[in-house]
Design a binder for this molecule. Structure first.
Ligand SMILES: [Zn+2]
Length: 114
């Protein structure tokens, strides 16, 4: 399960970064080409964090579109299918600008409650 492995990586990083502090929310940026199923990722996250220091910690998924730049006409195309083609001239000499991301954008520590 692809999403479970990704969650393990997130959990591992967040746990090390948090250093025992409570975390309310983790935001991840996931590119289009990662082909992640959001519900599956959230389910895996709940499964893995249950019973750990991160239990109840929310996971925000920020989807990054796949955008290519055409080397022939210079146009930028927001891909709606995983096919590397320019939407303006249909050329295939394109460079992927974003869409392959998989990173943790932020880790929000829990606010102290008095
Ligand atoms: Zn083009």
């Amino acid at each position: 399960m692809h999403e479970l492995a990704l969650c393990e990586a997130i959990l591992d990083t967040v746990t090390r970064r948090a250093g025992g502090k409570r975390v309310d929310r983790v935001q991840v940026r996931i590119g289009y080409f990662r082909q992640v199923v959001p519900n599956s990722l959230l389910f895996s996250w709940e499964l893995l964090t249950e019973g750990t220091d991160l239990a109840g910690c929310g996971l925000d998924i920020d989807h990054v579109p796949a955008i290519v730049e055409c080397r022939s006409c210079g146009a930028h195309t927001n891909l709606d299918a995983p096919i590397l083609v320019c939407g303006t001239c249909l050329g295939s000499d394109v460079v992927l600008l974003c869409g392959e991301e998989f990173l943790i954008a932020s880790i929000d520590p829990a606010r102290e409650v008095f």
